[in-house]
Design a protein around this ligand. Structure first.
Ligand code: HEM
Length: 215
C-alpha cells in the first residue's frame, strides 16, 4: 500500500498539479485577452511595484490595520510553503526523484513550523465561524479547504511523533499530500498561482490608469 501511494499516486498528483495549473493559466489568459481592461492597461513597472509592496508585511496600510491577522497569515504561508520544500525527509525524496538538493531545515524547527501551519489553519477556520462579514460569504467548501490545507501537516506531525504504530499515519500523510496537490488548481487555493497576477493587475490599474498607489 505504502509503495503504491508514495510511488505512482504521487506522480499522478504532480501531473494533475502542474497540468491543472498550466490549463488554468492558458484558459484564463485566453479570456483575459478578450477584456478591454486587463492586458491593455497592464504595466510591468506598476505591477512589480505593487507586488513588492504587498509581499512584505506591514508595508501597506491594510496589513498595518490588521497586525494579528497579518502575522498569522504570513507565518502560516511561510511555514506552509517552506516546510514541505526544505524538510530533511522530503529532501531525500526530491533528490531521489529529481536529482536536486535543497537546503534542509532541522527537524525540531520543522515541527515548530508544522504547528504554526496547523494553528494558523485553526485560526482561519474559527474566523470564518466567528466574524460575521466573513461568515456571510463562506460556505462548506471554504471550511473543507482549510482542512485540506492543513491535512498533510497534521498527519506529517503525527507520523513524525509516531502516534500510531506501523505505516498508517505515513500513508495518510502521503494521501493528504496527494489531495493537497490535486485540488490546488481547481479550488480557491489556486490563489497561490494568481496572487502575483492579481497584484500586478491592481498595481497597473492604480498606477498606470489612476496615477495612484494601491497600498
Ligand atoms: C505563493 C503562494 C501563496 C500566496 C501568495 C497566498 C496568498 C494568500 C492571501 C493573500 C490570502 C488572504 C489572506 C491574507 O490577506 O493574508 C490567503 C489566504 C489563505 N491561503 Fe494562501 N497563498 C499562497 C499559497 C497557499 C497555499 C499553497 C495554500 C494551501 C494549500 C494556501 C491556503 C490559504 C488559506 C487556507 C487561506 C485562508 C483562507 C480563509 O480565510 O479561510 N495558500 N493566501
Amino acid at each position: 500500500m505504502y509503495d503504491f501511494v508514495s510511488g505512482p499516486l504521487v506522480w499522478v498528483a504532480f501531473a494533475v498539479f502542474i497540468g491543472g495549473l498550466a490549463f488554468k493559466f492558458v484558459t484564463t489568459y485566453a479570456s483575459a485577452k478578450g477584456e478591454k481592461v486587463v492586458l491593455p492597461t497592464f504595466s510591468g513597472k506598476h505591477g512589480l511595484r505593487s507586488l513588492l509592496h504587498w509581499v512584505v508585511p506591514f508595508r501597506n496600510r491594510n496589513t498595518r490595520l490588521r497586525p494579528i491577522f497579518t502575522l498569522i497569515s504570513f507565518g502560516f504561508h511561510l511555514c506552509l510553503l517552506a516546510t514541505p520544500l526544505f524538510l530533511m525527509a522530503h529532501n531525500v525524496l526530491w533528490h531521489r526523484a529529481f536529482g536536486v538538493r535543497l537546503p534542509s531545515i532541522p527537524d525540531p524547527l520543522a515541527d515548530v513550523m508544522t504547528v504554526i501551519v496547523v494553528l494558523g489553519g485553526g485560526f482561519f477556520f474559527l474566523r470564518r465561524l466567528a466574524v460575521p462579514v466573513v461568515r456571510y460569504v463562506s460556505d462548506w467548501k471554504d471550511f473543507v479547504l482549510v482542512l485540506v490545507a492543513v491535512g498533510p501537516f497534521v498527519t506529517g506531525f503525527a507520523s513524525h511523533q509516531q502516534l500510531l504504530p506501523g505505516d498508517t499515519l505515513l500513508i495518510l500523510h502521503v494521501v493528504s499530500g496527494v489531495v493537497w496537490l490535486m485540488v490546488i488548481p481547481f479550488t480557491r487555493i489556486v490563489h497561490m498561482m494568481w496572487y502575483p497576477f492579481t497584484r500586478a493587475f491592481m498595481g497597473s490599474e492604480f498606477g498606470y490608469v489612476r496615477h495612484a498607489r494601491d497600498w
